[in-house]
Design a protein. Structure first.
Length: 220
């Protein structure tokens, strides 16, 4: 399934979400233009569990391993991030996003602390956004391309189905990867850690009953 947009309106311009997307794209373009030095870039800025660095914990959040990795992450952030920023406010959303990325990476490091494979990507932080969205807006609808045989159909699906299936896939894949040789690939436990962090923070925000301030609406 490929989501393309949701049906929720926002009450404020998601400037932080736009900025995060812009930074991720610019960093990727910088990496793309320096492909001859990628090994050095990964060595300096990626997060390696066996050689843990606080600075790299943050720099790795803005790096991606390929076009599809970057585009997929930015698509999810574009669809769901604006509503979370609308609910939490600009500064609150930025802090939540960074904290979600930290929580995600720390779980992956805890699962495999001796790994020497570099970790990069915004997936963990975005997973936190998805978890919070699921709690705060479970009844929203998401326009999603659903494969049907050799064709795809654009369907309006409940967010709880789209995000719930996404999390179950990460959970099953993560459990299935336990004990497997350390060969790189998707950091499933970063996704799981970020999503659970988002669920908890989303529940706390919902419990407080904090709503965005009224303003002219714009479409997600």
């Amino acid at each position: 399934m490929i989501p393309i947009r949701d049906n929720l309106k926002t009450h404020r311009t998601p400037i932080v979400n736009y900025a995060l997307i812009g930074i991720n794209v610019l960093v990727f373009l910088w990496m793309f233009l320096n492909t001859g030095n990628l090994e050095q870039i990964y060595s300096q800025y990626a997060l390696v569990p066996a050689d843990f660095s606080i600075i790299n914990l943050f720099t790795s959040m803005f790096m991606h391993g390929g076009w599809m990795h970057m585009i997929g992450n930015m698509l999810y952030l574009w669809i769901f991030g604006d509503n979370i920023e609308d609910r939490m406010g600009h500064i609150g959303f930025l802090l939540f996003y960074l904290a979600g990325g930290v929580a995600a990476a720390m779980l992956q490091v805890a699962i495999n602390p001796s790994s020497t494979i570099p970790m990069v990507g915004a997936s963990g932080a975005i997973a936190a956004v998805l978890g919070a969205y699921l709690v705060l807006y479970p009844q929203s609808r998401v326009y999603t391309f659903v494969p049907i045989g050799f064709f795809t159909r654009l369907t309006l699906m409940p967010a709880i189905v789209v995000l719930g299936l996404w999390f179950l896939l990460q959970l099953f894949s993560g459990v299935g990867s336990l004990g497997a040789p350390d060969q790189g690939g998707t950091a499933y436990f970063a996704h799981i850690g970020g999503f659970v962090f988002g669920l908890v923070v989303g529940w706390l925000v919902k419990k407080r009953g904090r709503e965005p301030q009224p303003a002219p609406p714009t479409w997600s």
